[in-house]
Design a protein around this ligand. Structure first.
Ligand code: DC
Length: 234
């Protein structure tokens, strides 16, 4: 039987986590877990119910949420209480509130529980802000992916333009910069580099190079596990 491997990737908004994590998961046939999509889904529901500024109500939404992710043809489809919210969770309205929802410890607790359940029977690639530090601190491969604020804003801006969304570069850049600040300074599970994570600056690397680097780390780890098994048997 092949060994269960967890690959955890953290980094700020627009660092390229999703692209790289998806590609690595597809290459290895592992489950892909977009933890940011989960925080976005709770934020979307809170906005829809007009309770986004009421922490007690947001906690209730998180605790009662029937949340599922389905990875299909390079896209994560997100379902919340039977409703498909895949596109709705990517709106600027959700982006501008998601960091505030993500500071609520009870919301995090609930989502972390779901994330760990997903890993119980599967090798997976998880990406987010706290997957290397809090959710999967014992992950076999841990990556901290960064890029400059400008580069990350450019990437997000291009995505919005490609989707014909009418938005200015300044609005995108301000949103990312504000999220960076909140995500990195909150009390519960802030975005930080785990001591044993490999830092990759994606400003200066191609996606292909990043993928290759991560896959080579996975190979190393698998070899190490195999060697340990052999020496254990002898
Ligand atoms: O990866 P993303 O941009 O879709 O994430 C949206 C927000 O969700 C991010 O700004 C902070 C929050 N988040 C979090 O707090 N913890 C995670 N593990 C993933 C995302």
């Amino acid at each position: 039987m092949s060994e269960k491997i967890t690959i955890a990737i953290d980094g700020p908004a627009g660092s390229g986590k999703s692209t790289v994590a998806k590609a690595v998961a597809e290459e290895l046939g592992y489950l892909y877990v977009d933890t940011g999509a989960m925080y976005r889904a709770i934020t979307y529901a809170a906005l829809k119910n007009n309770v986004v500024d009421d922490a007690a109500e947001v906690i209730k939404i998180a605790q009662n949420a029937d949340l599922s992710l389905k990875f299909e043809n390079g896209l994560t489809r997100v379902f919340l209480n039977g409703e498909e919210v895949t596109d709705k969770i990517r709106s600027m309205e959700v982006s501008s509130k998601v960091s505030e929802v993500s500071v609520i410890p009870e919301v995090r607790e609930q989502l972390v529980k779901i994330q760990r359940e997903m890993s119980s029977n599967n090798s997976l690639v998880a990406e987010g802000r706290d997957v290397t530090t809090v959710v999967f601190p014992k992950a076999e491969v841990k990556i901290f992916l960064t890029a400059t604020l400008n580069e990350r804003s450019e990437r997000r801006y291009k995505e919005f333009i490609e989707q014909n969304k009418n938005i200015s570069f300044e609005v995108v850049r301000n949103n990312i910069s504000k999220r960076d600040r909140i995500d990195s300074s909150r009390d519960t599970s802030p975005l930080t580099k785990a001591e044993d994570a490999i830092e990759i600056d994606s400003t200066s690397m191609s996606i292909e190079e990043e993928i290759k680097l991560i896959l080579s780390k996975v190979d190393e780890i698998r070899d190490k596990i195999k060697q340990e098994k052999i020496s254990h048997h002898n």
